[in-house]
Design a binder for this molecule. Structure first.
Ligand code: HPA
Length: 247
């Protein structure tokens, strides 16, 4: 089954989503961000989980990524498309760009970032050379092409800790490291999916220029307006992409 993890701005799949199961939040790793909703979205059976919880109450560093991924896996989820709002760093990442990153650099810290804690939970060093699923990335980018929805088909996601935005110097450093976009929720979600052998791709929505790219401060009202506009594009894309993910 496919799951969609909704990021900032994507808190539900709308009225067309026909709910038939609501999974409880408890896992051995603590509680998920919200109940996981399972149902049909235009004939496709899938699971939906809003990462920040109902009403966007959980900040990026407090999300229980392990519980979220564990619960999805227990429900039989084998593919995840994760939606993430990001700041644009590269020239080809202005606000409202959709992007499907193919690499990630983790600058986050202090997060529970593995299921392999040693002892009873075991020890493993998973391969993470290519952190995102090539199959899912292909489905998303081909769907974009077909729908005439431009998107940037690769790029490096820099995962910062938040909840504050970055300094201009931090973004200059990320840029010289090769980051094209910056967000706060890309990790450890991606690696936890890999540890559970779930196919995982990120569909990123640029909602602002990252700090210092423009000579002005970042405006929250602008971010929210871009989010609202961009999420509609994302829903249209996901609706078609979801049908193409093998059941
Ligand atoms: N930085 C980090 N995370 C973000 C940003 C940003 O500029 N915009 C949206 N999420």
């Amino acid at each position: 089954m496919l799951a969609i993890i909704g990021g900032s701005g994507l808190y539900s799949l709308g009225e067309e989503f026909e709910l038939d199961q609501q999974a409880s939040r408890e896992t051995p790793w603590g509680d998920t961000s919200a109940d996981i909703l399972i149902g049909k979205w235009h004939e496709v059976r899938l699971a939906f989980l809003p990462r920040h919880g109902p009403g966007h109450k959980i900040p990026p560093h407090r999300i229980n990524y392990r519980a979220n991924l564990w619960a999805l896996h227990q429900l039989g989820v084998r593919d995840i498309i994760a939606v993430n709002a990001v700041g644009g760093i590269s020239d080809d990442m202005p606000p409202l760009t959709l992007a499907v990153p193919d690499q990630i650099i983790d600058y986050s810290s202090g997060r529970e970032h593995t299921f392999f804690e040693g002892g009873e939970s075991g020890l493993n060093h998973v391969d993470f050379s290519w952190p995102y699923s090539a199959t899912l990335r292909g489905i998303i980018t081909e769907t974009g092409l077909e729908l005439g929805q431009p998107l940037v088909a690769c790029g490096t996601y820099g995962a910062t800790n938040g909840p504050r935005l970055e300094t201009a110097a931090e973004i200059a450093r990320l840029k010289s490291d090769g980051c094209d976009m910056v967000g706060m929720t890309g990790m450890p979600e991606a690696v936890l999916a890999r540890e559970l052998e779930i196919e995982y791709a990120c569909l990123a929505l640029v909602v602002n220029w990252a700090a210092g790219v423009e000579d002005r401060v970042i405006s929250m009202p602008e971010i929210l307006a871009n989010m609202e506009q961009g999420i509609e594009k994302i829903k249209r894309l996901l609706l078609v992409a979801a049908r193409r993910v093998p059941a």
